[in-house]
Structures are given as C-alpha cells and as structure tokens.
Design a protein around this ligand. Structure first.
Ligand SMILES: [Fe+2]
Length: 386
C-alpha cells in the first residue's frame, strides 16, 4: 500500500456560486484584489458575475487581462510585476488552466521578489505568498484542485512543471454558469483533457485505491456529459455542472495515480506546434492506449465500461479495445483533428522531440506509464499519429 499525501482546497460548487465570492473574500480578510484573466473572459462578460459581490463587500480590485494560452513566462513576469507593484493581498484567477497557473505562480513569486526562473528546480525558498481564489471558466485542466503548474519556458520553448505546496488555492469556486457559453471547440478540447487525466490515471502503473475512485467517477461524468456540453452547452446546465466537477475530480485522480505517455508526449507537441493541450491529447491518446493496452487490458476493459460501452460477453482484450474505439468516436463526433500533420508536424520533427522527451521525462515515463516505453516505441506512436 502506497503512502498518499492528499488535499482538496476549500471549494464552493454550484450554479451562481461565483456571485458569492465576496463571502469568501471576507472570510480570508482580503481588501485589495488583482483579478488575473484574459481578454476572452472579459469580453464574455464573466467578470460581471463576480464584481458586484466584491463591490458589495467594499473590496477594491484591478484587472490584469493579458494572460495568454500555455502560460508563457513573459506574460507571467508581467503579472508578477503588476502584483508586486500594486500592494494586493489577494489574487483572483478567472479563466482556464493558463490563467489559473499564471495566478498561482504570481502568488509565490510577487511577494518574494522572485522571477519564474527562480521557481524552476532547484528553486529558491518561498517565504510568503499572496492569497488566491481560483474560478475556472473551462472544464478542463483541473488546476483549481492542484498544487501543480505548467508554464512555457520561453528560454527553450519547453513546458515546465512547478510543484509547491504553496501553489494550492486558498479557495476555489466551481460555477458551471462560468462555462455555459464556452465555444464548442474549447468545450471539446478541454473535455477530452478531463477524460485523458482520468483514463491515464486509471491505467497508471501507480493506480489503485483512492486515486481509482476519482478516476472512475471522472471518466463516467465526462463520457456521459461531453457530447451534451459540446452540442448545446449553453442550454445544458446539468452537463456543464457535471463536466466542471469532472475536471476537478479527474485532476485529483491524475495527481494521485499519475498520468502517462499521452500527457508526457503532449507537452512536447504543444511546445513546438500550434495546437492546444486538449487537441493534441485527442490525437495522441488512441495511439498511446493501443500501445499500453497489452500491459493492462483489464484496466482498459473497465475504462470502456465506464465510458458506456457494451462489454458483456467480450474477452478482456476485446473489451479493452472498445475504450480506444470510444475515444475515437468521441473525437469524430465533435469534429476534432485526428492527425498531428494537421497541426503542422512532420516526420523529421519526431527524433528531436523524442530526444527532448526522454532527456527530461524518462523518470516519470518509467514510473507512471503502465507499459515500459523506449525512444523507438514513442517514435512509433508519434509516426502513427502523424
Ligand atoms: Fe491535461
């Protein structure tokens, strides 16, 4: 039995809960907030759901709306400067994974006079933090329930993972109303990320026990609700609610059990090509699943069952293959890209990508992926996904 370290931040869940943010701010004792967000969130009017509650409390606030996808270090540095100069005692991250990650890094760096590079291993000591509330507006990364952050290090173009206990939010608000009008492609891509966290967690070499519980729940919630959320999400509060909960729960499962090759390869694809995390995962996952299937067919058979596939009467291997087919059907139903060539990748891009991957991720691949994988295996997966 493995030893687990486990935490879920204080969380308010439900339609309209973003409008109660003032109650949380009051409990935290904060008086001046910097809202960290992006222009899309501002234009969608989502800040108007939280501003009245802050105004009513008398909490002052400013807005930093320059967050960019994949949390590039340049933009995080801007946010850190703004937060350090403004005398804020609270950061409120309103947005998707990049926004929440930018908020989390800023909360550590700004009060200690640090830059993002200072937080990469071996990191400088963190003495204090700014309080932070996270309000996700997509149902995807689950960063709201995690003490992990992914940033794009612009010195080498690679995605880097930060992991500190001080990265936990002081409060999280999961309000499905914030996701009602998400564009269809974002709903699809972030939703597939939720499924990828939970499936990779469920089949991980470190799977079992509590982590499985989160993964199973998240697979069922996401697989049963993603099409409704995609189809006309603005009219399906229940589907949006279930996807929002699934995102947080899937992160918890992926965090406890670890993810696998899908996520490890994905971060290098996203670093080099113009494609989102979820879109790249959508392409990679069926090939990774086919590769891994031989090592844990019973696990994939359960995944197929959780995704609603009929598996009675089938052999374990046949049932396991249904999980791969279910993934492909989902991506086809939502009109998603199915090859990496569509994202501009060429066969000549594979060797350097595989070299970078194994230079930086060999240990986690060996620890978490359910099947042993070497460079040739990953090159084959990428070639199949081209
Ligand atoms: Fe992910």
């Amino acid at each position: 039995m493995k030893t687990l370290s486990f935490k879920v931040p204080y969380t308010l869940i439900g339609p309209g809960t973003a409008g109660n943010i003032g109650d949380i701010v009051k409990d935290l004792g904060a008086t001046k907030a910097l809202i960290v967000t992006d222009t899309g969130v501002v234009q969608a009017g989502l800040l108007e759901k939280i501003k009245p509650s802050l105004d009513k409390l008398g909490c002052k606030y400013d807005v930093f709306d320059a967050v960019e996808p994949n949390a590039p270090t340049r933009v995080i540095e801007e946010c850190i400067k703004r937060a350090a100069a403004g005398g804020y005692d609270l950061l409120i991250g309103v947005g998707g994974g990049s926004t929440m990650d930018t908020t989390k890094v800023t909360s550590l760096a700004a009060p200690n006079g640090l830059k993002v590079q200072d937080l990469l291993p071996p990191a400088k000591p963190i003495k204090k933090t700014i309080l932070k509330i996270l309000v996700p507006t997509t149902a995807g990364t689950g960063s709201e329930w995690s003490n992990l952050v992914t940033v794009t290090d612009e010195t080498d173009g690679l995605k880097k993972l930060l992991h500190f206990n001080q990265l936990w939010s002081d409060a999280t608000i999961i309000d499905p109303e914030m996701t009602l009008n998400l564009p269809q492609n974002v709903t699809a891509e972030t939703g597939m990320d939720v499924l990828a966290h939970s499936i990779e967690g469920y089949v991980s070499a470190e799977s079992g026990g509590l982590g499985d519980m989160f993964c199973e729940t998240a697979i069922k919630l996401a697989a049963n609700n993603i099409r409704l959320a995609y189809g006309k999400g603005s009219k399906h509060m229940e589907a949006r609610y279930n996807m929002a909960v699934a995102a947080a729960v899937a992160m918890k499962g992926g965090e406890i059990n670890g993810t696998g090759l899908g996520h490890f390869i994905d971060s290098f694809v996203v670093s080099k090509f113009h494609i989102s995390h979820g879109a790249a995962l959508t392409i990679l996952m069926p090939h990774v699943m086919e590769f891994n299937l031989v090592a844990v067919p019973d696990r994939y058979a359960k995944v197929a069952e959780f995704m609603g596939e009929q598996v009675s009467g089938l052999s374990v291997t046949e049932a396991a293959k249904k999980a791969v087919a279910a993934w492909r059907k989902l991506s086809q139903d939502m009109g998603m890209k199915v090859t990496l060539s569509e994202a501009g990748m060429k066969e000549s891009d594979i060797p350097p990508l595989v070299d970078d991957l194994f230079r930086l991720k060999q240990r986690v691949i060996d620890t978490y992926n359910p099947r042993h994988a070497n460079k040739a295996d990953v090159a084959k997966i990428l070639k199949a996904a081209l």
